[in-house]
Design a protein around this ligand. Structure first.
Ligand code: PGA
Ligand code: ZN
Length: 430
């Protein structure tokens, strides 16, 4: 007997930065109740789907009562009686109800909360764990975590321009071991920072936010931490960067103002990365250039794409139309995937399908504003791309995703696969 959607309710909750966001609770007529909570970014891409905020005095304008009203008054009546396993049809219906190209009418936050809750309800009704429901019996690959252990840019009030310095335990044999490698490195980094007299307070994604002398010092100190934790940089643990360059791009070029390292052109930024790729074991660079710098991205990919993963986040905003352009123009060789940039599960899966067809990598990612929802962990296993970016080894909204991946790995037992996206050919990812 098929289960049907009986009610859809939304609630205003808080995210990890204390800003309001939406939690959707969806009930089926068989007694199943599923919830899903929506994340929120700080260094958002210009073309992201619209996060609907009230703009009134509550919460400094960030309230989400309008989006909630849209769930109750527009979405819920339309979904009543629907079969939750018809995800693509339900997502298409949500798009039709909204009717705008960027989900501005109902709000991508309202739409995504419902889209995720529908999937979770369908998984529960099918008596399958979410990863198995979304990914089928082949969903056995655990992702390599990209753990963001030094935070800068818009995620921290410090002297570092680049937003994220991550460790990727590419040489670990299992997810659990990878998490241990990364966590031990995080603790070793704390000891080193303390010894050198730097602060060990953390930024939005749980990485340390020290006032370093320069951006490159972040790479140096992480390599030191990898060694101190007993691992070999490059072989056991590689570095991954997300400069989030849109956040320091100005009409006068890339302005490294926080560190006082001056202004740079696109080509000077590419040259800076080239120097770093030679000096440090960097496997991946995301948003090294501004979201509108398509030609700069293509030049960086031509110069470095054989050697590193060049990931587009703000430039593609998980939007199939932008990813198609990127594939045609060889803009990058990988895409950062964020459900709330595009706003439905189905469109996110279309974005991933495009990556697979092009032989591009894809990284499933959290936002800097997160909740305790672990949907992302199951989604990463379901999609099988072998990479997840979900913060450091502290702050429970980040660790919750890692803990859920530990659970999934343990549940899969001998069937669990853990393989680095770079292991088969360490000098090439494309
Ligand atoms: P955001 O940062 O969630 O603040 O956009 C994450 C990222 O840039 O990858
Ligand atoms: Zn990014």
């Amino acid at each position: 007997m098929m289960s049907r959607i009986e009610s859809v309710r939304a609630l205003e909750i808080l995210d990890s930065r204390g800003n309001p966001t939406i939690r959707v609770q969806l009930s089926l007529d068989d007694g199943v109740v599923a919830t899903a909570s929506v994340p929120s970014g700080a260094s958002t891409g210009e073309h992201e789907a619209v996060e609907l905020r009230d703009g009134e005095s509550r919460f400094g304008g960030k309230g989400v009562h309008k989006a909630i009203e849209n769930v109750h008054e527009v979405i819920a009546p339309a979904l009543n009686g629907q079969d939750p396993t018809r995800q693509a049809e339900i997502d298409a219906l949500l798009l039709a109800l909204d009717g705008t190209p960027n989900k501005a009418k109902l709000g991508a936050n309202a739409i995504l909360g419902v889209s995720m809750a529908v999937a979770r309800a369908a998984a529960l009704a099918s008596r399958l764990p979410l990863y198995a429901y979304l990914g089928g019996p082949g969903a056995t690959r655990l992702p390599v975590p990209m753990m963001n252990i030094i935070n800068g840019g818009k995620h921290a009030d410090n002297s570092v321009d680049f937003q994220e310095f991550m460790v990727m335990p590419v040489g670990a044999p299992t997810f659990a071991e990878a998490l241990r490698y990364g966590t031990e490195t995080f603790h070793a980094l704390a000891r080193i920072l303390k010894k050198k007299g730097y602060a060990t307070s953390v930024g939005d994604e749980g990485g340390f936010a020290p006032n370093l002398e320069s951006n490159e010092q972040a790479c140096e100190i992480i390599v030191e931490a990898i060694c101190a934790a007993g691992y070999e940089p490059g072989r056991d643990i590689a570095l991954a960067l997300d400069p989030a360059a849109s956040s320091f791009w100005t009409s006068n070029g890339y302005d490294l103002a926080k560190s006082g390292q001056g202004r740079k052109t696109s080509d000077e930024m590419i040259a800076l990365y080239q120097g770093w790729v030679e000096a440090f074991p960097i496997a991946s660079i995301e948003d090294g250039l501004d979201e509108n710098d398509w030609s700069g991205f293509a030049r960086q990919t031509a110069a470095q794409g054989h050697r590193i993963q060049v990931v587009g986040d703000d430039i593609f905003v998980t939007n199939p139309a932008f990813i198609r352009r990127g594939i045609a123009e060889k803009t990058a060789n990988a895409v950062l995937i964020k459900l709330n940039q595009i706003g439905t599960l189905s469109e996110t899966m279309q974005a991933i399908a495009l990556c697979r067809e092009a032989g591009w990598n894809y990284v499933i990612s959290h936002r800097s504003g997160e909740t305790e929802d672990t949907f992302l962990a199951d989604f990463a296993v379901a999609m099988g791309g072998g990479q997840i970016k979900t913060g450091s080894a502290c702050r429970s909204e980040r660790v919750a995703k890692y803990n859920r991946l530990l659970e999934i790995e343990s549940e899969l037992g001998k069937a669990a696969v853990f393989k680095s996206p770079f292991a088969s050919n360490s000098s090439s990812v494309d």
